[in-house]
Ligand binder design. Sequence first.
Ligand code: SF4
Length: 223
Amino acid sequence: MVPPRARRPEPPRLAKPVDEVPDGSLAALRREAAGCRRCPLWRDATRTVFGAGPGRARLMLVGEQPGNEEDLAGKPFVGPAGRLLRELLAEAGIDPLQVYLTNTVKHFKFRMRGKRRLHSRANAAEQAACRPWLAAELDRLRPAAVALGAMAAHTLFGNRFGLLRERGRWQVPGPETHALATWHPSAILRMRGPDREAARAQLLSDLRTAAAGLDRGFARPSP
Ligand code: SF4
């Protein structure tokens, strides 16, 4: 007798819906996004910084938007914030092969100060234009998700979500799907002294909660 196939969990739904979720594999989405012109951010950035990680990853970490180093490298979370994130993932015992890293907005937005490119926050229209890519990544992976920072949290859970109030608690943004929100590592790097230590400990604790969620089956089973 053929054993019943495990049911695919629904992808986490975005609180802010998209008209159409692009088709295709992650590799095809990455190629298509490389030529995206849905908003003006492509003009000044070096390249699209699409998500990266194994196609069978069970945990998706969603940041805000690429920074200067990500824009140059074409990969998410390669700068100082990414280094802190990897350090904490290791401390939380999360296997990097289970993790897919991406951002809410896929192009670097900046303003010039002298020769330096300073991060500038994507506006609501730019965030909305980019949401189909994130929706497609969630649809293909059907992971448990961790929103890093307010932009990602509001995209997943809506603008009424309070990061300070609801940080680290599982939300259910769709049938049988689980996601939580926590600090963005770059916010921690901007803090100083005891605040920084406290936020680092909270991010680590929340990543441990995510790891425990994977153990409880909050994403599709491993192959
Ligand atoms: S930021 Fe997103 S929507 Fe705008 S051009 Fe880049 S990939 Fe397309």
